[in-house]
Design a binder for this molecule. Structure first.
Ligand SMILES: *Cc1c(COP(=O)(O)O)cnc(C)c1O
Length: 377
């Protein structure tokens, strides 16, 4: 049996090696490393895949969040509501822009923002809500959008972990995650479901005005006339090599999702009978593309299981060990332990299992046997 890894980027590459190598060579031959034709082509193909009028490529998923907030004209002192149970990027750019992060807790089954808590967090300074579609499935966008409409707020979807997931509204309409709010963002960090061979990111919007703004902001705020600047921007572009690689990988994205879903179904079936663990809960309104396959179990058992699996050469990870409000860098926000109890509890209970497109049945069988053995002896 092959060594088991959390993610297997090399195995995935080997299956598309010829195509990818040719594309890379093509970019080198053209030597249009920035703003080459692959960048425009990738944006077009991505906007078609996402079924959204504007897809704007940028340097990474963190910049995408920052640029989204800049495009919405958020001003220092404005409040932005988001979740503490996520990667650091969201709160980081809120702080960097001089905005105030206001954190609301998540649901203990899906790990996504609890829309019932928005009412208690909104003030007259609140300007935006940033739901994160964590681990591969959507937050409750119907309720979040309703709340935002009622309160005149913008919604930025952090879709770094759920690119390609489908959200089904109560009215029956189906849209891609990241294309429901005013602006959606994503990341092409190598281990994301659509990963580049380096950093990359993108923004999505259905609004023509925001689309124009985003395109300008990622390119120093330049207007349509070269070397004339209408607004303060940033330098955050997707380079041509990454775009050329992503064009190829985008064609395989649905197949990658199916491979992850197959592994998740296998885990579900093999582990659902173990009462000490809770397998991932799937929301009725969203497909799940399993960026992570995350179990919940009692904190003491979690650490023991992690150690046990490690001895059996099975990697596992804790996403995320410390909720953002308890991170030292964000102490000045004034949160205390106990303020966001669900996220704090989850940090002790979660354990993500190996999840990628190249998992073999033999490996899945072995992982599940070992987990079963841990509980049943
Ligand atoms: C990966 C990630 C980001 C940041 O993306 P980068 O491309 O690494 O900057 C932001 N939000 C979430 C939820 C992520 O998982």
């Amino acid at each position: 049996m092959q060594e088991i890894s959390m993610v297997d980027l090399h195995g995935q590459y080997l299956k598309i090696k010829t195509e990818v190598n040719e594309a890379i060579q093509g970019v080198i031959d053209s030597s249009a490393f920035i703003k080459g034709t692959d960048v425009m082509a990738f944006q077009d193909e991505l906007s078609e895949y996402m079924n959204v009028p504007h897809a704007v490529a940028c340097g990474n998923g963190t910049d995408a969040l920052q640029v989204a907030m800049m495009a919405l004209g958020l001003q220092a002192g404005d409040e932005v509501i988001t979740t503490p149970f996520t990667f650091i990027s969201t709160i980081e750019v809120i702080k960097l822009l001089g905005l105030k992060p206001v954190l609301v807790d998540v649901l203990d089954d899906t790990f996504n923002l609890d829309p019932g808590l928005l009412e208690g967090a909104v003030t007259n300074r609140t300007k935006a809500v940033v739901p994160v579609h964590l681990f591969g499935q959507c937050a409750d966008m119907d309720r979040i959008m309703d709340f935002a409409r009622t309160n005149g707020l913008y919604v930025i979807e952090d879709n770094a972990q759920a690119i390609g997931a489908d959200y089904k509204s109560a009215d029956g309409s189906i849209r891609k995650a990241g294309c429901i709010g005013h602006i959606g963002t994503t990341s092409f960090f190598p281990s994301k479901n659509l990963g580049a061979f380096g950093d990359g990111g993108a923004l999505f919007t259905g609004d023509d005005n925001f689309g124009t703004k985003l395109r300008s902001l990622v390119n120093h705020g330049m207007s349509s006339e070269r070397y004339y600047y209408d607004q303060v921007g940033v330098n955050s572009r997707l380079d041509t090599l990454q775009a050329a690689i992503l064009r190829i990988k985008l064609r395989h994205l649905d197949e990658y999702h199916r491979a992850r879903q197959k592994a998740a179904n296998f885990y579900d079936e093999a582990l659902s009978g173990i009462e000490e663990i809770q397998i991932p809960v799937r929301s009725a309104f969203s497909s799940h593309i399993f960026h992570q396959y995350t179990l919940q179990l009692a904190p003491e058992k979690r650490d023991e299981l992690k150690q046990y699996l490690n001895e059996k050469r099975i990697p596992s990870m804790v996403y995320y060990p410390v909720p953002l409000h308890l991170q030292r860098a964000y102490k000045d926000l004034g949160y205390q332990e106990g303020d966001l109890p669900v996220s704090e509890l989850l940090s002790g209970k979660v354990l993500s299992l190996p999840m990628h497109t190249e998992l073999e049945e033999e490996q899945l069988v072995y992982i599940c046997q070992q987990i079963t053995a841990f509980f049943r002896g």
